[in-house]
Write a protein that binds this ligand. Structure first.
Ligand code: NAP
Length: 535
């Protein structure tokens, strides 16, 4: 934190502290300020934007419709901000959040480069005490964590990393001044959404590219395009309708299934729908088709086979088909990367696809990575596109202690526990904000609910609010049994915690549709915050 204002000044006490300056934290800051509360946001990065600040790897781009990322709290903002592409490049999204921070004067209450290392609840005072990497401290009545569900970068432990003479880095911690990859021998471990974007973007620039793939994924064409001035005007004229649609669809995207169960249609009818939607951009291909495509069962397998056919068509050899066509998990059980030219990369002569399921990397040596078959893959740069300790990693790595000294690690040992997804019993006055569904669309109603709840507590003369254990237990039991039936339970991925050695397994996203989540929270609030204990 050198060179910054100190995170705090002695005796500093705030109504609310927000940790995290991404889309959630900024919105939460704005609303809490509007509610008249004293609030400060701490962000460990040197800029706002969260993932859009950190993930500076080449090719990083949004795969949800850019205009659905717009905050709607200000007519002025909606009027003045033009989205440039249907799916925004990272830097454009980062620019948007910087613009919001500037336009709404948020920076006055933001401290950048402020890394929170501990959060400890004081039962007697009903306050949180925060510790920072620079040794300073702050206290607050209410703590809101808005740390992002994909922010704790994960890289597997590979023996010999200290011997590697090249550069190694993670997609989620890409240096701000970039990395020169031109003509270099580059290795990329991981073929999730980050790896797919990176590989596609750098393949023609690097000297040689080794893509270390453990699991083939179903990648689908993004079909990005520029948003012209006329198109932007048209979108703007339909904003109300678009946002209204998003507030009614299960995943908060501007479209939903247009047809009933797939297998009630003939094979030809299904194929016609698949083909027509395949030409559409983004997620429409699978969300706007049949109602059960994204549920385990024959409809899902039918669509998976269609996608496999599309992948096969683009590959230049049976060996590539063998390696790149996925069979070991259902379509959508892992997140589906959207791409633009990914498969064609493997037809290039300077690109090798290394199957690290068959031959894992055993260790690194000075010259590169050695796989189990004894082959040395010579590298100048090794990129870990190996994902994140999702949902909980950014919290459980803090010294986080609730009532009576209960640690969050202990509380979350068998998986995260919450009531309504926002508060945990034993951790009074702590709200965790993680948006469900299409990000900003799912986020806005959540942040507004949290704002109303915090105002109700602090302006209603209460000292504390805490989820009741019984309400949390019932919530978790319902969530867990619903989650067992979901597609996401059918694969090893960050959705289930299976990507992190030793992490408890269980689907970590909500089984509720976004509108159902909104309705449940509103109903709880209308019922006097049922399931919460106010102190
Ligand atoms: P990810 O989806 O978790 O993918 C990680 C990749 O690394 C997987 O291919 C995984 O293989 C591989 N991997 C992990 N550990 C490995 C090991 N020890 N050896 C070999 N391979 C290993 O992570 P991500 O690609 O960073 O994406 C995370 C999420 O960020 C996305 O799903 C998405 O939600 C978000 N994101 C969004 C965008 C966008 O908007 N377009 C772009 C990038 C990221 P296995 O499959 O075998 O585990």
């Amino acid at each position: 934190m050198s060179g910054h204002q100190p995170a705090t000044v002695p005796g500093d006490h705030l109504d609310v502290v927000i940790v995290g300056g991404g889309p959630s934290g900024l919105l939460q800051l704005h609303h809490l300020r509007e509610a008249g509360l004293s609030v400060r946001l701490y962000e460990q990065g040197e800029g706002v934007g969260g993932s859009w600040y950190w993930c500076r790897y080449p090719g990083c781009r949004f795969d949800s419709e850019s205009y659905t990322y717009a905050y709607t709290f200000s007519e002025e903002l909606l009027k003045e901000w033009d989205f440039r592409e249907l799916y925004s490049a990272r830097a454009d999204t980062e620019r948007y959040f910087n613009h919001v921070a500037d336009e709404f004067g948020l920076r006055a209450d933001i401290r950048l480069g402020a890394e929170v290392t501990s959060a400890v609840y004081d039962d007697a005072a009903a306050t949180w005490s925060l510790g920072f990497a620079d040794g300073s401290r702050a206290t607050c009545s209410i703590l809101v964590t808005a740390v992002g569900h994909l922010s704790a970068a994960y890289a597997p432990d590979i023996a010999g990393i200290e011997d590697f003479r090249g550069t190694w880095l993670h997609t989620g911690r890409w240096p701000a001044d970039g990395v020169d990859l031109a003509g270099k021998r580059v290795g990329v471990i991981g073929t999730g959404a980050s790896g797919v974007q990176l590989v596609t973007s750098i393949a023609s620039e690097v000297g040689h590219l080794s893509v270390f793939q453990r699991t083939a994924t179903y990648c689908v064409p993004l079909r990005n395009k520029a948003i012209t001035a006329e198109y932007m005007d048209e979108l703007r004229s339909r904003y109300d309708e678009i946002f209204e649609t998003c507030s009614t669809t299960p995943t908060a995207f501007p479209y939903a299934a247009a047809y009933g169960p797939a297998m009630e249609y003939s094979a030809q009818e299904r194929h016609e729908v698949y083909e027509r939607l395949w030409q559409e951009p983004g997620y429409k291909k699978w969300l706007a088709g049949f109602s059960d495509t994204m549920k385990p069962g024959p409809a899902n397998e039918d669509y998976a086979e269609f996608v496999r056919g599309k992948i096969r068509e683009r590959l230049g050899s049976p060996e590539l088909v063998e390696k790149l066509v996925p069979y070991d998990h259902p379509f959508g059980a892992k997140r589906i990367p959207c791409e633009d030219g990914y498969y064609e990369v493997f037809n290039q002569s300077n690109v090798d696809l290394v199957d690290v399921r068959a031959n894992p990397i055993t260790h690194l040596v000075a010259e590169g990575a050695v796989t189990a078959d004894g082959v040395l893959h010579e590298l100048d740069v090794l990129v870990f596109a190996t994902g994140y300790d999702a949902f909980t990693g950014a919290l459980t790595t803090l010294d986080f202690r609730g009532s009576g000294g209960l640690t969050l690690q202990e509380k979350f040992r068998d998986g995260p526990r919450s009531y309504l997804g926002v508060m945990s019993a034993g951790f009074p006055n702590w709200f965790n904000v993680t948006a469900p569904g299409n990000f900003v669309r799912g986020l806005e109603p959540l942040v507004e609910w949290v704002t109303r709840c915090i105002a109700h507590v602090l302006q209603g003369g209460h000292r504390s609010i805490e989820a009741e254990q019984g309400a949390e237990d019932a919530w978790i039991e319902r969530i867990n049994s619903a989650n067992e039936l979901r597609l996401q339970a059918r694969a090893d991925s960050y959705f289930t915690g299976a990507n992190i050695p030793g992490k408890a397994r269980g689907v970590l996203t909500s089984p509720d549709s976004v509108p159902d989540g909104v309705a449940m929270r509103n109903e709880v609030a209308a019922d006097g915050y049922r399931g919460f204990r106010l102190g």
